[in-house]
Design a protein around this ligand. Sequence first.
Ligand SMILES: Nc1ncnc2c1ncn2[C@@H]1O[C@H](COP(=O)(O)OP(=O)(O)OP(=O)(O)O)[C@@H](O)[C@H]1O
Length: 349
Amino acid sequence: MVPNRTCALCHTSKPILRRPKTGQQLCKPCFFYVFETEVHETIIGTNLFQQGEKVAIGASGGKDSTVLAHVLTVLNERYGYGLQLHLLSIDEGITGYRDDSLKSVKRNQQEYGLPLKILGYDELYGWTMDRVVEQIGRKNNCTFCGVFRRQALDRGAASLDADHIVTGHNADDTAETVLMNILRGDIARLGRCTAICTKGEDSIKRSKPFKYAYEKEIVMYAYFKKLDYFSTECLYAPDAYRGHARVFLKDLEAARPSAIIDIIHSGEAFQVAQDVELKPQQFCQRCGYMASNELCKACTLLESLEKGMGKLAVGDRNRRKLDDEPMPQGMRTIPMFQRSATTDSASPL
Ligand SMILES: Nc1ncnc2c1ncn2[C@@H]1O[C@H](COP(=O)(O)OP(=O)(O)OP(=O)(O)O)[C@@H](O)[C@H]1O
């Protein structure tokens, strides 16, 4: 980069970076300020939080959630949101990966003085991902991990009596998800994947304050702030299909940086046609968690593992095969879901 003589915002200091989102050359303090202010504007513009809410930050120890914990702590103080922030980590039981990243979370907990709860797949499901992979191999293991994590975050948050879960999903993640849902023709997910906040009936709110934050800027923020995070990819290989969407998105971004935001805006503009039938929500008959069938996805997957049939990666097609197999003695099930109290009467920020 041929630097301008001065920062594009303060016109005083020497610029040290080019902002990936806008191409502006900025000094460090101005970059921190615009990055934080844009997240604040997203929060205020979408009425994301209520005064006094208890917010569980999904903390994986990776860059996104580490920056999220940092920025929310800063904004909560700067703008008096009045949030009770809590770190919530799910230990999937992946030796050499999650155990190391949890060490970063613990160091950050000390640094920010935030309480931390760790909930393990082992404790909740009786299975670690190491053991799941032993049974099913690496193919499809992300399906188990994703379904188990979603429910574990809800259960962890409910046990904290939290009103809200926030995750570090960023603009790149959201744009990838839009692309994936288009490629799969998954209309139901396409309709809801760009929502900044989702709340199923009787479930805890879940939101993505970094929905418009570029991954490259999150990495820059972490780097220049010298934040402590863990940067290794999962040992059990990332979701292959998402990988294609990611590569495609990176190519588009290289040609035109606004591609990421443009795809998100396109996703936001999609409307599900009236005649598209969406499955109604119900509660799992076994564990009481939200479900679109009699059993929730986690109970179905757990049952397949317990029966030694995890390789089926049970979708609707294989449900019959699973039902035909008798329940093993002492089959593990997930405890009943305890919902937390809600604070719907609280006032917005
Ligand atoms: N084990 C976990 N415990 C708690 N939260 C998690 C965990 N894994 C993922 N999350 C939440 O989901 C978000 C997206 O997770 P993903 O696996 O896509 O990782 P990522 O994009 O690399 O994010 P990060 O850099 O924070 O790990 C994370 O930012 C975090 O908020």
